[in-house]
Design a protein around this ligand. Structure first.
Ligand SMILES: [Zn+2]
Length: 554
């Protein structure tokens, strides 16, 4: 196939709006090809979108579907000759999830949290999501073995991290409220990086530092993916800044670790701070909540080893779902909505609460400004990625609204002017003139996340890359509509979307980290003592990943 005469935005290959042809063969980008031609004259051609943080499969997502019959009733999706039926709204079923991501031009996505005990379920649903390639992050920061080894057994910790990633067919190490979720099992939480985790004599700071070191010493493709402590609380920007401060210098190597690898030129450990909007609050209550976006952008701007994604608020119904059980309980108390809590034995927790972000609510209006403010204040678009932490701050299929706000100051000002005064008095968003270019959108939604995930064949359309391409009929006076319905989406070299409609239902790959760890006698012994499942039945076997792609470490 040849895509002729498109206006190409491919930041990894320094192509900024050049007219050129793109050739595809056998699922890859090649130098030359023959065959079907797509006339892309006047159209924008980009690599397929890469979603770095979303919640679309697994036990908490499925619990949310059960919890909210009223949610899907308002969004029933009939089948077509090609696509299967399903429902939305905030927690779509697997099929609708894949079709809707594809229509936006996304071809790769990362499910951002699985408890290892639920990993088989996660992979079953990932396999059910059509078209996209996908991976999943494994939650670790409240796991028995991690908490036990975090303090002073770095080699055991590293081995366990590698084994657990392999056993859960995970791609990256996820940390959610380190220590806080374990304490929640006893009715508590942690308030600071130096609080004690019940029964383990370890602190959140030690858990974060030890997992960051293990992650980088194993050479995992993605940094630790960190949901900071104190999420959702007024004044929590202090915690985020303090956490980021840990990464301003090398975390060093504890114990006798001899395998320290240099990370980049700085030898500093890497960290990805996720959905920072939820961790960037000033003030001391929801009544005087203010934007801490400047502080967050400052730590990202000063440290090349730190990246972040937004968790941008969309004014709409949402379903909040996270491993952060104590935060979900707090939100339940604040909102009075229904609530689901699930403590996962030995390793994690989760909670679910429906919520509605309203444009006339002073606190919600401030929250809305924060994501955009961070995106516009971080100078390097390679290290800030627009997400809504779907479905926590908004359904993912509203991404085009977010792109429009980033690209057009007038559209932002309209929301600020029509909203409560808090949006201008407690946030600096209104004073920012910057507008993202198409090139910067291509960086922040494709090239940047692919690089940060360590996916060398994604996020670009140079020779050798996967033939995953999005083509848009871009109209700068109607940005939202332009990104809502891609003109063409090509996945693995096949046209899967045409004129905003799914025209082919395909199955993507599951992307896993290529790591090995050993089962030690200690692990087997404690597993048989404390888990309710047998260790031999715990790992996800190969039959769960019919199209597995292993990404090398180091
Ligand atoms: Zn999330």
């Amino acid at each position: 196939m040849i895509i002729k005469n498109g206006t190409v935005y491919d930041p990894i290959n320094d192509i900024d709006g050049e007219k050129m042809d793109i050739c595809l063969k056998d699922g890859r980008i090649v130098e030359e090809a023959e065959g079907k031609e797509i006339d892309a004259s006047g159209l924008v051609v980009m690599p397929g979108g890469v979603e770095i943080h979303t919640h679309v499969s697994g036990s908490k997502v499925n619990s949310a579907r059960s919890l909210r019959p009223e949610d899907h009733r308002k969004d029933v999706v009939p089948k077509t000759d090609i696509t299967r039926s399903g429902v939305g709204y905030t927690v779509p079923n697997t099929f609708v999830t894949g079709y809707r991501y594809a229509r936006l031009g996304y071809t790769t996505m990362m499910e951002a949290a699985q408890a290892p005990l639920g990993a088989k379920h996660t992979h079953e649903e990932l396999n059910d999501i059509p078209i996209l390639d996908k991976g999943v992050f494994t939650v670790m920061a409240n796991n028995h073995f991690i908490l036990k080894y975090a303090n002073d057994e770095p080699e055991k910790l590293k081995n366990y991290v590698a084994w657990l990633l392999k056993a859960s067919k995970g791609y990256a190490v996820k940390l959610v409220n380190p220590g806080g979720v374990e304490n929640w099992k006893w009715g508590g939480n942690v308030d600071s990086l130096d609080d004690n985790v019940e029964n383990y004599n370890v602190t959140p700071r030690e858990v974060i530092a030890s997992l960051a070191r293990a992650n980088d010493e194993l050479g995992l493709p993605h940094p630790i993916h960190l949901h900071c402590n104190n999420l959702g609380k007024a004044g929590n920007k202090e915690t985020l800044v303090e956490t980021a401060g840990m990464f301003a210098e090398s975390l060093g190597s504890p114990g006798n670790s001899e395998t320290t690898v240099e990370v980049g030129e700085s030898a500093k450990n890497r960290v990805h701070l996720t959905h920072v909007q939820f961790n960037a609050y000033g003030g001391d209550s929801f009544a005087n909540l203010s934007s801490g976006a400047e502080d967050v952008a400052d730590v990202v701007n000063k440290n090349e080893n730190i990246s972040c994604d937004l968790g941008q608020v969309i004014f709409d119904d949402v379903t909040t779902m996270t491993s952060d059980g104590p935060w979900q309980h707090r939100l339940y108390k604040l909102s009075g909505k229904k609530w689901n809590n699930h403590d996962v034995e030995m390793e994690a927790g989760s909670g679910i609460v429906p919520y509605t972000f309203r444009s006339n609510n002073p606190a919600n209006a401030v929250q809305w400004t924060i994501g955009l403010e961070v995106a516009l204040l971080v100078e390097d678009p390679w290290r800030v990625y627009p997400t809504t932490d779907h479905p926590n701050a908004g359904p993912f299929y509203h991404y085009p609204k977010m792109f429009a706000w980033l690209m057009n100051k007038d559209l932002r000002d309209e929301v600020i002017e029509n909203g409560p005064s808090s949006a201008s008095s407690r946030s600096g968003l209104g004073s920012i003139d910057r507008e993202y270019s198409l090139y910067e959108i291509a960086i922040a939604t494709r090239a940047g996340p692919a690089k940060r995930l360590g996916l060398k064949n994604k996020g670009h359309i140079g020779v050798g890359a996967d033939a995953d391409i999005a083509i848009y009929d871009f109209d700068e006076d109607n940005i939202e509509e332009s990104f809502s319905r891609a003109k063409y989406v090509i996945k693995d070299g096949e046209i899967v979307v045409k004129d905003g409609k799914v025209v082919k239902d395909t199955r993507g790959k599951t992307i896993c980290a290529d790591v090995q760890g050993e089962v030690t006698d200690e692990m087997r012994d404690e597993f048989s003592k404390y888990y309710t499942v047998k260790m031999d039945n715990y790992p996800v076997n190969d039959s769960y990943v019919p199209r597995e792609e292993l990404i090398k470490c180091g």
